[in-house]
Design a protein around this ligand. Structure first.
Ligand SMILES: [Zn+2]
Length: 324
């Protein structure tokens, strides 16, 4: 039965996607259409208790807004980053929001009196891309978000596996360059240490002697350090250091995605996150490098994410719709 089948005409779910800097929020109908959106700052520097209070206040406000508009809020979905125990509804750990074992699902269910589901931001983003976005119509999708870090969601028939400990999909910590750059996790040579947007910017700064703050050299007209997007532009313009850093990132990504394909044998790989904005400068060489690595494996379709930064919020809504 599709979610729409059991829905009343005025039903909506409340959806929140909580990030390190902001929360994206929406009221979503059972057919996946959004009827209202809001954004709020997370202000993670206030500490996790204050962030939890804000989440509950915002969710309550959205449910109130729905009722004021004559709609019926029937469930709540919340997506958070880090390690998430979806079965227990606990935000186990998050570097950028500061969560440590927060029973967010039960806190929210108690405050709003609605069925509530807690999900992981990348896994629900993958869910949305697989069901409503670039992976629509395919049963086996690997969604890979490349931004500050790199994480993935393996979605089969519209459901993303979370792993035994809520930590599935950490493709950014696949070892692709033994002895390579130090990763934030403490090991040398993880994919994320070579090919995340922040790693690309850092490696370019190192290669050009600009340093991580850009203070000493090539920092562009505004004085800010070159971003991964700048590196892509400069590589396309033929600048050798940028071309080398970009090519190394693409090769490392192809290694990581080839590992993903060996494990999961998907039809479609959807790449999202900030780095996907590079468009053909990323996808053309990455597709070629990935295909080079396929021996007996079937080549997956490699496509850009379609839902942008709405994916997490829509995915949280899908979880809520599934949970009604
Ligand atoms: Zn790592």
């Amino acid at each position: 039965m599709s979610p729409a089948d059991a829905a009343g005409p005025a039903d909506v779910v409340v959806a929140l996607d909580v990030g390190g800097t902001g929360m994206k929020c929406a009221l979503v109908r059972p057919d996946g259409t959004t009827v209202h959106t809001e954004r709020h700052p997370t202000d993670a520097g206030r500490g996790p208790d204050a962030v939890v209070e804000t989440i509950l206040d915002v969710a309550e406000g959205l449910a109130g807004k729905a009722r004021a508009d004559g709609r019926d809020p029937v469930a709540l979905g919340i997506a958070v980053p880090g390690v998430v125990d979806e079965a227990a509804g606990v935000a186990v750990w998050s570097a950028n929001v500061g969560f440590r074992d927060v029973p967010l699902r039960d806190l929210a269910a108690e405050r709003l009196g609605l069925p509530t589901v807690l999900g992981h931001d990348v896994r629900v983003g993958g869910l949305a891309e697989a069901r409503l976005g670039a992976g629509r119509g395919t049963g086996h999708v690997l969604f890979v978000a490349i931004g500050t870090g790199i994480a993935a969601a393996h979605v089969v028939d519209g459901a993303a596996a979370s792993g035994a400990h809520g930590a599935a999909g950490e493709i950014g910590h696949v070892l692709v360059r033994p002895g390579g750059p130090r990763c934030g996790c403490g090991r040398d040579g993880c994919l994320e240490a070579v090919a995340s947007a922040s790693a690309i910017a850092r490696r370019y700064a190192e290669a050009t002697g600009a340093g991580p703050t850009g203070a000493a050299g090539d920092s562009g007209p505004t004085g800010t350090p070159a971003s991964a997007a700048d590196v892509a532009d400069r590589a396309a313009a033929g600048e050798p250091a940028a071309a080398r850093v970009w090519a190394e990132a693409v090769e490392a990504l192809a290694d990581g995605l080839a590992t993903g394909q060996a494990l999961y044998d998907v039809e479609t790989v959807v790449v999202g996150g900030g780095l996907a904005q590079a468009g053909p400068r990323l996808f053309d060489p990455l597709r070629a490098a990935l295909h080079e690595r396929m021996t007996f494996h079937r080549r997956p379709r490699l496509v850009a994410a379609a839902l942008g930064d709405e994916a997490g919020c829509l995915g949280a809504a899908l979880l809520a719709l599934d949970a009604r």
